[in-house]
Design a protein around this ligand. Structure first.
Ligand code: SF4
Ligand code: SF4
Length: 348
């Protein structure tokens, strides 16, 4: 065992700005089998990074850091005082998923985890470590569960009994031998609120999944608005509503978020809260980059973002959008142009 105890690690994690922290062993978890089956079933859509050679790396954290003995899992709250998407009615305003309102969480979590590694080195002496934040092939929610941070709900988010699910997750793989935690019991029980509220019915029965439900990314608004590069299937456009980047509905309706604390880092304060669709439709590529610089929104890329804005305008069916949609329909980008034509037909 390391000179530093698990409870000291958790204290240091809190001092480095994390709201949740726990330890898991750096060994494969049973969820890896389910994940592989889920990816092989096609539910990952076009997200090649989930299905290619990195799927194997995901099976064992020691493929990321050969000397890893423990995984320090951390969570950082990002819920602020702004309303939930389910409470915010203005349909002329675009909904961007809450996690993307402020500075890119990868950078914020990496900063905190680097600080944690240095503070641990000061107390435990030199050891190997590696940061895993979303971009590394690592089953973050599954390890967070094994580290005692919460359970993975039917909406596939990690849920903490006291603090809900508005968390960014990160991990520090370390060569230190630390006492692991036990996973807490799952508390979704017979609840099906997220399943019923999902506008595209993306939460589907999956007998192999830990709670019997999986998210079919191909139907999920997060995937459709961020990861999908081409045309959005027509039958899913209307249920997308005014979402232009991601979706929060299955977290908004989760009863465990009702009393979740609003306590976010200043870095995650919104730079743009629900911007008007009309303003977004008029952005040049340069203005798009400027408006969302340093936030996760740039991942959708300019053309994908305009495609989403066109769909949201078509869903509002407001004749005032005709000039903006006609401009988008004349776009040199065939995907943007086709989605704008679809939206124009809905104005008719
Ligand atoms: S993020 Fe939205 S679309 Fe995706 S599963 Fe949740 S409610 Fe459904
Ligand atoms: S809404 Fe209900 S079923 Fe869905 S994740 Fe929350 S507790 Fe679980």
């Amino acid at each position: 065992m390391s000179r530093v105890t698990s409870s000291r690690v958790k204290e240091l994690a809190r001092a480095c700005g994390f709201d949740l922290a726990g330890i898991a062993a750096a060994t494969p978890v049973p969820e890896a089998d389910w994940f592989q089956r889920w990816a092989a079933s096609g539910m990952a859509g076009e997200m090649a990074y989930l299905t290619d050679h990195r799927a194997d790396i995901r099976r064992d954290p020691r493929r990321l850091l050969a000397s890893a003995r423990s995984v320090i899992c951390v969570g950082k709250l990002y819920r602020g005082p702004e309303p939930l998407s389910t409470e915010f009615d203005a349909s002329e305003r675009a909904w961007i998923s809450r996690y993307a309102w402020g500075e890119d969480y990868h950078r914020v979590l990496r900063r905190g985890l680097r600080r944690l590694a240095r503070r641990l080195e000061a107390e435990a002496g030199s050891f190997d470590w590696r940061i895993a934040v979303d971009t590394a092939p690592f089953l973050d929610a599954a390890y967070a569960r094994h580290a005692g941070l919460g359970w993975v709900g039917k909406n596939t988010c990690l849920i903490n009994e006291k603090q809900g699910s508005w968390f960014f997750l990160g991990a520090l793989l370390v060569s230190l031998e630390l006492e692991p935690e036990a996973p807490p019991p799952e508390r979704c029980g017979s609840c099906t609120r997220c399943i019923e509220a999902c506008p595209t019915q993306a939460i589907v029965p999956d007998p192999a999944a830990p709670l019997g439900w999986s998210v079919d990314a191909r139907r999920c608004i997060s995937y459709l608005t961020i990861e999908l590069r081409g045309a959005i299937p027509e039958e899913l456009r209307e249920p997308m509503g005014r979402h232009v980047f991601g979706c929060d509905i299955c977290q908004d309706v989760c009863p465990w978020n009702r009393r979740a604390p609003a306590n976010r880092d200043a870095a995650f304060a919104p730079r743009q809260f629900a911007p008007p669709l009309e303003r977004l439709a008029a952005l040049t590529e340069e203005e798009f980059r400027e408006m969302f610089r340093g936030t996760p929104v740039t991942r959708a890329r300019y053309r994908g973002f305009l495609r989403n804005v066109a769909v949201a305008m078509g869903n509002r069916r407001d004749a005032a959008y005709r000039p903006a949609l006609e401009r988008l329909a004349a776009s040199a980008d065939p995907v943007v142009a086709e989605h704008a034509r679809w939206a124009l037909r809905r104005l008719d």
